[in-house]
Design a binder for this molecule. Structure first.
Ligand SMILES: [Cu+2]
Length: 135
């Protein structure tokens, strides 16, 4: 009899936890966040700084302290996906703005791919941004 009640209590606790998990999952989704280039047209050259802003689309607020764990820049938008350039993450100077140093070796379209973990979110934000290197 006591085992029966203990199990019922455990089931009730589990159901409660699942309800909480479902509620918090509905509250925030990785699709609620987006990276946006601070500037899309960038003067072509070496040692160029590319800045992107991470925002929470629900509030319009910037999101600081995301961990960028993958980044790549290539000329996929101009049909040159294998033409890449080194990309170095720089310290953030403004909350929610992430900066990278790269060499835009050719005029044209460049794609910046980012993978990021956001505080409090289980999923990963994958983002591809198109930039234009101009003469
Ligand atoms: Cu190219």
């Amino acid at each position: 009899m006591s085992i029966f009640f203990a199990n019922r209590a455990a089931v009730a606790v589990l159901a409660g936890l699942l309800a909480v998990a479902a509620t918090s999952a509905a509250r925030a989704d990785i699709k609620d966040y987006e990276f946006r280039p601070v500037q899309t047209d960038i003067t072509q050259g070496d040692g160029i700084i590319v800045a992107v802003q991470l925002t929470d689309k629900r509030t319009g607020k910037t999101v600081p302290d995301a961990v960028i764990f993958a980044s790549r820049i290539d000329m996929a938008p101009d049909g040159m996906p294998t033409m890449t350039s080194p990309l170095e993450a720089l310290p953030s100077t403004e909350p929610g703005v992430y900066r990278f140093k790269t060499n835009l070796t050719m005029v044209g379209g460049w794609q910046l791919s980012l993978g990021a973990k956001i505080q409090g979110e289980a999923d990963t934000l994958e983002s591809k941004l198109v930039l234009k290197a101009v003469p």
